[in-house]
Design a protein around this ligand. Structure first.
Ligand SMILES: NC(=O)c1ccc[n+]([C@@H]2O[C@H](COP(=O)([O-])OP(=O)(O)OC[C@H]3O[C@@H](n4cnc5c(N)ncnc54)[C@H](O)[C@@H]3O)[C@@H](O)[C@H]2O)c1
Ligand SMILES: [Zn+2]
Length: 240
């Protein structure tokens, strides 16, 4: 398709999902029959899994940390960081990903609505803030304790928990005149609703990915292709 024109008055909100990190070698979730890196989500990524078997949850996220540390940003991550550089405060990025490839590509105005692999927090939510933690734990006994005594858990929003930073996300969507959604199946809520909120505010809405998402009908354009191939040439910033 022809490039998307971004005028000096446009505000751009970008939502990314697991697909943007696929070309960096990190597996997506739906693409592999509903398994994430060979695991059923309910075994490793729910509050019940954490209650039942915290050792398995830590083993899973430790492996994701190790894989994430080896991965490098792909051309799609870099294209979004370059777009932010041109637009400044008229750009905002919300990722569902827990890897840090957007930061490593240079993105700054971003939130991780589903948490971050490289952080841990109190398992009892006592109010202590999350801490940076790159450890790849070999056993549950190696996992540290919060100052309140509770076992630390990954700083990850498990399925069924409320995503982070929702107030800020809603404010940014309300400002947006263009929403670009990249590499997400449109099956995880509330993220799958963002396109509807943007449309209600009159924004243009564009999806980029190799196949149409479940909520495809809510987009004004669907660009079929890999993020790393499409995004570097997708934006024409007027006046830059
Ligand atoms: N890298 C990560 O941090 C990571 C990886 C897997 C899952 N998760 C978590 O699991 C949830 C999964 O939901 P989701 O909707 O983000 O992902 P998903 O796995 O449900 O869907 C991935 C989407 O990416 C698309 N895709 C595949 N290759 C692509 C490419 N090269 N370019 C663009 N798109 C491509 C697929 O067509 C699919 O629609 C997320 O909320 C996330 O927290 C995170
Ligand atoms: Zn605590």
């Amino acid at each position: 398709m022809t490039a998307i024109s971004i005028s000096p008055t446009d505000h751009v909100f970008v939502l990314t999902g697991a697909g943007i990190s696929a070309e960096s070698g990190l597996p997506t979730f739906r693409a592999s029959d509903g398994l994430w890196a060979g695991h059923r989500i309910e075994d490793v990524c729910t509050p019940e899994a954490w209650e039942r078997n915290p050792g398995l949850v830590w083993e899973f996220y430790s492996q994701r940390r190790a894989d994430g540390a080896k991965a490098q940003p792909d051309p799609a991550h870099i294209a979004l960081a370059e777009l932010e550089h041109k637009l400044g405060e008229r750009f905002f990025l919300c990722t569902q990903n827990v890897d840090d490839l957007h930061e490593r590509a240079g993105s700054k105005r971003l939130v991780h609505m589903h948490g971050e692999l490289a952080k841990s927090r109190c398992g009892d939510e006592c109010g202590e803030p999350p801490v940076t933690d790159h450890m790849v734990y070999k056993s549950l006994s190696a996992v540290g304790r919060c100052s309140c005594g509770a076992r630390m858990r990954p700083h990850i929003v498990f399925f069924g928990e409320i995503p982070l930073e929702m107030d800020r996300i809603q404010r940014e969507i309300a400002k947006a005149s263009l929403m670009v959604v990249v590499g997400t199946s449109g099956s995880v809520y509330p993220a799958a609703n963002f396109v509807h909120w943007a449309r209600q505010g009159g924004a243009r809405t564009v999806y980029v990915g190799p196949e149409a998402p479940l909520n495809a009908s809510a987009f004004t354009h669907v660009v079929e292709g890999k993020a790393g191939e499409v995004l570097p040439g997708l934006f024409a910033v007027v006046g830059s």
